[in-house]
Design a protein around this ligand. Structure first.
Ligand SMILES: Cc1ncc(COP(=O)(O)O)c(C=O)c1O
Length: 408
């Protein structure tokens, strides 16, 4: 059966759906994003493929998830292997792969003799980490930077109560930004009852901004001195995205808890909360409980283990750092101060500032028509390709972008 016949029945429904209006489809799309390609049915490496066989270079890695590319043979094989045995376990029995996967995670997080919990999404890894911090400190208030995105749960979306938000915009213009004076009124204003400082190291709600190192180190010092916990939100910046295993490594801090998601599952919905030894010791007999049906499932753990193995074996992060530096220099070569204004990023997490949102939308649509998927964020587009994308694939993108911008 050819692919077109294969999908003709479901396509009838897809074609009659209006993807600009979530209430005209039977699939509720409640994200802020519009589905522009409703016919994607296949994938290969850095590409997704539609029903007509048209290939799109996926420079967003899905939702920053396919760190090793779509249909990665190693990850696919491990999933097939695991589902042939057991994918889910109950509360009273466990699979030995968990201990092995946990040891591998703790090696990359540096939380030796700590512990980790396998969960289902980045939001959940952050939620559990914050619950642990609140439980251990007895404090009810969390702290984060004013522009952090910490997941889709109401506990992080709704920040009217229970949060102290640190506005770091003035720090960018501060003459002392490189040293950051502890007597600064902004630092002095940090309350003493902060359960956790949850820090997103360099994504800033997807806008790819990097808070100053000295500021973060000072905040960490203040929160810790009051017994608060430091949580690194590595959902987007982790697993090699910034050219190192984790984004916090660029800040020379040691988080107590690390929330890992997206790339660690390469598209499979698994996430991890990693606890350092001290936090784990404190938690052990503290009466903390958290349970949901799919935590510590062997299928997710086996995927995590394989993703780490493949990254280490292929030296993928060093390769991603080099590819990222090269891509950045290529993009910088396109800066014309009229349409393309600036490029920033770390590793393979890059943002390109465009003169205005309408022009950005035009570029985005033109790229899509030519077979390139980039993230579009109000006057900025974003590139978070698979870490193992090739320079040849990226060169074609650069050439196409140049052509499109030249015609605007
Ligand atoms: C910085 C950041 N933190 C947390 C999350 C939440 O992860 P998830 O969507 O897997 O729940 C996201 C998701 O995009 C994110 O970008």
């Amino acid at each position: 059966m050819n692919k077109q016949t294969d999908f003709s029945r479901s396509l009838h429904h897809v074609d009659s759906a209006d993807h600009t209006n979530p209430f005209r489809s039977h699939v509720l799309n409640c994200t802020v994003h519009q589905i522009k390609l409703p016919h994607i049915v296949d994938s290969e490496g850095s590409f997704v493929i539609d029903t007509e066989g048209k290939r799109y270079l996926d420079l967003e890695s899905g939702v920053w998830c396919t760190a090793l590319g779509h249909r990665n043979p190693g990850v696919d094989a491990i999933i097939h292997h695991q589902i042939d045995h057991i994918m889910h376990t109950g509360f009273s029995y466990a699979h030995p792969i968990l201990e092995e996967a946990a040891a591998d995670v703790l090696k990359i997080t540096g939380h030796e003799d700590g512990a980790c919990l396998f969960l289902c999404s980045g939001s959940e890894a952050i939620e559990v980490s914050r619950q642990i911090a609140r439980h251990l400190t007895g404090f009810k208030r969390s702290m984060t930077l004013h522009d952090s995105y910490l997941g889709s749960y109401s506990s992080t979306i709704n920040r009217d109560a229970g949060w102290f938000l640190f506005d770091w915009r003035p720090c960018m213009a501060c003459a002392q930004a490189s040293t950051c004076d502890i007597t600064c009124p902004s630092l002095q204003a940090i309350p003493h009852d902060i359960a956790d400082f949850t820090f997103e190291p360099g994504s800033s709600s997807g806008f790819v901004r990097f808070p100053p190192v000295a500021l973060i180190q000072k905040i960490v010092g203040v929160v810790r001195s009051n017994q608060g916990k430091i949580i690194a939100n590595e959902v987007t910046t982790g697993v090699g995205r910034t050219g190192r295993w984790f984004g916090y490594k660029h800040y020379a801090i040691e988080p107590d808890l690390i929330a890992i998601g997206k790339g660690i599952g390469n598209g499979y919905p698994v996430s991890v909360a990693s606890l350092n030894r001290k936090t784990y010791e404190e938690l052990k007999d503290s009466g903390f409980h958290y349970s949901q049906s799919h935590q510590n499932d062997p299928l997710g753990a086996s995927v995590v283990r394989e993703v780490i193995r493949l990254i280490v074996q292929g030296d993928v992060i060093a390769q991603a750092a080099q590819t990222g530096a090269w891509l950045r220099s290529q993009l910088e070569g396109l800066i014309d101060n009229q349409i393309i204004l600036a490029v920033r990023g770390r590793g393979l997490m890059l943002a390109v500032d465009i003169c205005d949102a309408d022009v950005c939308e035009k570029i985005h649509n033109a790229l899509l028509a030519r077979g390139y998927i980039v993230g579009n964020r109000r006057g900025m587009f974003r590139l978070d390709p698979p870490l193992n994308i090739t320079r040849q694939e990226l060169q074609k993108f650069i050439d196409t972008l140049k052509e499109i911008v030249g015609k605007i």
